[in-house]
Design a protein around this ligand. Structure first.
Ligand SMILES: [Zn+2]
Length: 54
């Protein structure tokens, strides 16, 4: 399981995620992202990725 690593990384980057659809950044708890409770402000999609990945 890479869960711990993922949590650590999100902590390092202040729980910032990037919308896969419109590339806007959103700050949210990583657990909420995984549970699909967070929606993008712009396009209302629920597809996010950690900001670190390129
Ligand atoms: Zn979006």
């Amino acid at each position: 399981m890479a869960t711990k690593l993922a949590v650590t990384q999100t902590r390092l980057f202040k729980n910032v995620f990037v919308c896969k659809n419109c590339k806007s950044k959103i700050r949210a708890d990583s657990r909420k992202i995984l549970e699909g409770k967070v929606r993008c402000r712009k396009c209302l999609k629920k597809a996010f990725r950690p900001i670190r990945r390129k």
